[in-house]
Design a protein around this ligand. Sequence first.
Ligand code: AMP
Ligand code: MG
Length: 501
Amino acid sequence: MSPRPEGTAIRADDLPFDNSFAELPPAFYTRLMPTPLPAPYFVAASAKAAALAGLAPAALKQDDFVAVFSGNQVPPRAQPLSAVYSGHQFGHWAGQLGDGRAILLGQLNGPEGPMELQLKGAGMTPYSRMGDGRAVLRSSIREFLCSEAMAALGIPTTRALMLTGSPQQVVRETIESAAVVTRMAPSFVRFGSFEHWHYRGRQDELRTLADYVIREFYPELQSAENPYLALLLEVTRRTARMIAHWQAVGFMHGVMNTDNMSILGITLDYGPFGFMEAFDVDHICNHTDEGGRYSYSNQVPVGHWNCYALANALLPLIEDKEAAEAALDGYIDAYGDCFDALVQAKLGLKTTQEGDRALYDAMFKLMHENRVDFTLFFRRLGELRMDVLDSDRNEADAPLRDLFLDRPGFDAWAVDYRARLRREHSQDDARRLAMHQVNPKYILRNYLAQTAIEKAQNGDFSEVAKLLAILERPFDEQPENEAYAALPPDWASHLEVSCSS
Ligand code: AMP
Ligand code: MG
């Protein structure tokens, strides 16, 4: 279950890659080599991700691993390839896309099963379209940190093993330097991988892909009466649950196109994502998303829409429209059940009682109207004491209450909340402990990422490592890192993130 002990780490050249995706027919990908980068250097690595790949974290800093994970050296057993897929972007059919800058090296066996390793930013591919095949250090740091932060929050996600950089210049809105993130997931197959074959009327390939996904990643579905229907049902459920987790922690993906939706129901492709700070249900984290298609509140129906797109692609295999529609209906319940359970836990409630829905709705409404910091609110709610003399209440509640402009509004809600706690004989200490297990203290606020990025752009990667260490323990009190839990400074209100990565 543990990575190889230090000292016995294998050399990068001996990495025992397999590649189940490469066993698919050639139409599914293009075999190609990464394009080397000049003078690659180590930026950061995740020890937890390394363990999942069966790798010793200390080895990753060595030159041989830096060479492999920047795409400069390809281990003999790797079978590098870029996959083809299509997708709906912002609601419109976009046709063929594909790994425009991602190259799969293969899979390594870890304690939880095979993990695919993919280099993002490793050079042009036949699917690069107008792109340069590169990723910049700025967005790569964001993807690296967020992948690991999400995992630590218990949210299904691709992982980030390693981050390397290069002085090579890359042109975006400004000139930036290149980087490569080594991403990991059991599979990078997307909804758009299925849409690709469906829209081309290529049913044989569609079936080959579905059979592959079921065999490798959903073997328990092989015995279902209609495995393709069972696949749709399960992916729909997983997607709904993933989005419930996003909503409960205030995560916004930013580009929920069908080519960014994982067939495993894990968060995939970190671009202009954001964590909710001042709560606004209509918040748009991607400033190029002018219509707000992927705003916080729209993530829920868009997740459902994306499942429709998947169902449409799978329909020739499912051959039963009514059953497919019924499977899609499962999204609503799966989302609602998961979100309600998460909110219940966030409020420290152990039972479900009449009136809970109204209590939750009133809370979110008040948070929205007062633009209350999402993370601070729930964390401080855990500190609220149930039995406080009326005369002491304002002072006792101050840390939480002061987040609201509408103090009477908060006070009225707190009366209801306390009454609700009493109805289940809640105990303050036990409740605080339980709430702190589910309401993170530390999230990847934009300004924290920005600070780490600016230091890294000046050659100092210590802040990336420090943020990773903090975000790996998001629920723990870390008194020495109290400043990282603070509200964003004024300068941060001007930060904008876009698709340009
Ligand atoms: P995204 O919106 O980041 O998921 O990207 C959509 C499509 O554009 C995917 O097929 C990407 O591989 C491709 N793409 C994004 N950026 C680049 C780039 N710099 N070079 C080549 N392809 C890219
Ligand atoms: Mg993408």
